[in-house]
Ligand binder design. Sequence first.
Ligand SMILES: [Zn+2]
Ligand SMILES: [Zn+2]
Length: 98
Amino acid sequence: MGRPWASLPYQALEGSLQCLAVAVIIGLLVLVLAILMAYQRYVAKKRPVQHLCSYCGRLVTAVSDCHHAPVKEEFLHGVCQECKNDCRLVCSTCKRPV
Ligand SMILES: [Zn+2]
Ligand SMILES: [Zn+2]
């Protein structure tokens, strides 16, 4: 310990490096979190809404009653992606209203 001043700059450097490492780790965590949230939102938007069909007795995807095509679902009805008209939602398996 003959020169206590000699270790000072090194300690300061080490301290700032640790600060930098912590900042980078926190930044990465925030980034990962943001990506996860964006991904979840993307998946939730993309995933078709499941309906409980009383005839099939299980969760099914809904299709339009006019073309049996995928629908853009709105409250209590949908827009057929085939003819772009209003349609009712029917079960994709048994074609009965859900
Ligand atoms: Zn069904
Ligand atoms: Zn249609």
